[in-house]
Design a protein around this ligand. Structure first.
Ligand code: ATR
Length: 274
């Protein structure tokens, strides 16, 4: 029997074990997926132990996505560029290689709702942390051509823009709020709206176009305050649940070379979310 895991701190509320075990079952794969609580000071030992015990692959979640890099044997290009790993694969020779499926997972979930016909429209990313970086590179890689990043710390947005090869600009949250009617797609990447998060961003949707698409990476709760306002204004909304499912599906594909059905786990996940 093969075994897989997700490591993080905390880890108790992770929905990944439910999702991956469901997919293993659906596809008749003899494997199990466990949540493992790993404290930051134990990360190196935990990785070495899992390797020794023959783990076939694992996911990495907060707060270990960046710190795990030196403990892996190899990193793929995207994980390298993002400076963060969310998926680890045991290669045939036993080495552990890190990948990052978060950004592409987000773009897949977005296009599941809006299709691929809007790749030349103006996209606004809110936030410039690790999640925004991953999404910006994934948008670029899939053919989006016009990205603006707004952030409390504009320098961090500028840094990401400088690394992109498509036209990209960094602006303040204030400027973004004022120019909101210029954007067709908005993507919220900060912890604002997340259960138990104190973060509120000084950002107004007053000028949002009713034809806009508003996506949030937060999925607990499914309906964030931002999405609620956007929906009330007639916009199309995309919750973060799709990103969670698709980042997992991409990891699953790396591990098993099989494609799980993203919709097959949705109902089950929904019963665990508010
Ligand atoms: P992640 O890696 O999950 O994306 P992160 O790197 O901590 O997380 O980034 C969090 C994002 O939320 C950043 O864009 C951060 O803004 P700064 O770059 O200015 O720090 C944003 N953020 C967090 N708290 C915020 C707040 N109170 N107001 C505005 N933005 C906030």
């Amino acid at each position: 029997k093969k075994w897989y895991a997700v490591i993080g701190d905390p880890i108790g509320h992770s929905l990944s074990p439910m999702m991956h075990n469901e997919w293993f079952q659906q596809l008749g794969i003899d494997a199990t997926y466990l949540p493992i609580h790993v404290k930051e000071e134990d990360l190196e030992a935990a990785v070495a132990s899992m390797k020794l015990l023959g783990i076939s692959g694992f996911n990495v979640t907060i707060p270990h996505k960046e710190k795990i890099r030196p403990f892996l044997d190899a990193l793929d290009e995207t994980a390298e560029k993002m400076g963060a790993v969310n998926t680890v694969v045991r290669l045939e020779d036993g080495r552990l290689k890190g990948y990052n499926t978060d950004g592409l997972g987000f773009v897949r979930s977005l296009e599941e709702v809006i299709g691929d016909a809007k790749r030349h429209e103006k996209v606004l990313l809110i936030g410039a942390g690790g999640a925004a970086r991953g999404i910006a590179f994934a948008l670029e890689s899939i053919g989006y051509t016009d990205v603006t990043i707004c952030n409390r710390t504009v320098e961090k947005a500028q840094q990401i823009c400088a690394e992109l090869t498509i036209p990209a600009q960094a602006i303040s949250l204030n400027t973004a709020s004022e120019q909101l009617d210029e954007y067709a797609i908005l993507i919220q990447t900060t912890p604002a709206g997340m259960k138990n998060s104190q973060v509120t961003i000084p950002f107004s949707l007053e000028k949002l176009k009713s034809s806009a698409i508003v996506a949030d990476i937060v999925y607990n709760p499914l309906m964030t305050p931002l999405l609620q306002v956007a929906q009330d204004k007639g916009a199309t909304i995309v919750s973060g649940l799709g990103m969670f499912i698709h980042q997992g599906a991409l990891a699953f594909e790396y591990w098993t070379k099989q494609s799980p059905d993203p919709t097959a786990v949705k109902e089950q996940l929904l019963t665990h979310l508010g």
